[in-house]
Design a protein around this ligand. Structure first.
Ligand SMILES: [Ca+2]
Ligand SMILES: [Ca+2]
Length: 270
């Protein structure tokens, strides 16, 4: 009996390990790093890009799986063509991607608005009423500063998230830039960060999570239908966005969970 129990335990251990490997492997295969917008209330994906993996380096982004991209090389009056085009898919080894081979670089070469690039993630359908938008991406600030504007579908600003250079760099503002300010969220120009903005269209929620730390907006958020996210530049310099990598810890936990369920059902059977 003891021998049989030991053997069962050994085979179960192998089974659990196989599950961890199989589930981990399958998860990476099926869910590459992604930039994702989700209506968290209705559990509907409203934007999804695989982190530019099927794109051509040196070109503007191609169509994402859900929603659309708009890449513009200059905003404001006097829009002209900057050389090189300052918002492009890249596979440069420095600083390198967060996931896969490709990522996106936004470079503002001068303070002239004609060289102020703009990348817009247009949601497939607006998030309205009390529904919550959860928008996730990987970000590296590099030498630049980000102005991430949550707007309605035609660009009226509802919220502004900025990541400037220096300490206390992640700031939360309302649409008019009149309320809000610095958070204690971690920031660095030299590594990728996982960023999630969660915002309720009725203004009842406005929070930013960076590498697992969450900051709440300090004022009363602006309300309005959420239609797009504009990734703008503030000052001169480059920053980068890419897909978020699924966490290995959650993959292992998923594997262990399935192994545990099988262990329990085996015990019931014996
Ligand atoms: Ca990528
Ligand atoms: Ca693509």
């Amino acid at each position: 009996m003891k021998g049989k129990t030991a053997m069962t335990l050994r085979s179960l251990t192998l089974l659990v390990l196989a599950q961890v490997v199989a589930v981990g492997w399958g998860y990476r295969e099926s869910a590459a790093g992604s930039i994702t917008g989700r209506n968290a209330t209705t559990n509907t994906v409203v934007f999804s890009d695989n982190g530019f993996e099927d794109d051509t380096a040196g070109s503007p982004p191609n169509a994402p799986a859900t929603g659309s991209w708009t890449a513009i090389q200059g905003i404001g009056t006097g829009v002209d063509v900057a050389t090189p085009f300052p918002a492009l898919v890249t596979n440069d080894v420095s600083p390198g991607p967060n996931d896969g081979l490709n990522y996106f670089i936004v470079n503002r070469p001068s303070n002239n608005n004609s060289q102020r690039p703009l990348l817009i993630a247009n949601l497939a359908s607006p998030v309205t009423g009390s529904d919550i938008l959860a928008f996730s991406f990987a970000f590296q600030r590099g030498t630049g500063s980000l102005q991430m504007i949550l707007a309605d579908s035609v660009g009226n600003a509802i919220a502004n998230v900025t990541s400037n250079t220096g300490a206390g760099a992640w700031n939360l503002f309302n649409g008019a830039f009149s309320v809000g300010g610095a958070t204690a969220l971690p920031n660095s120009g030299s590594f990728w960060q996982d960023v999630t903005l969660r915002y309720a269209a009725d203004g009842s929620l406005y929070e930013l999570t960076v590498d697992g730390q969450t900051a709440l907006f300090s004022g009363t958020p602006t309300s309005g239908p959420l239609g797009r996210i504009e990734f703008r530049t503030n000052g001169i310099g480059s920053w980068y966005i890419d897909g978020i990598v699924p966490e290995p810890s959650s993959i292992v936990l998923l594997g262990l969970g399935i192994g545990g369920v099988m262990l329990r059902s085996r015990r019931r059977m014996s």
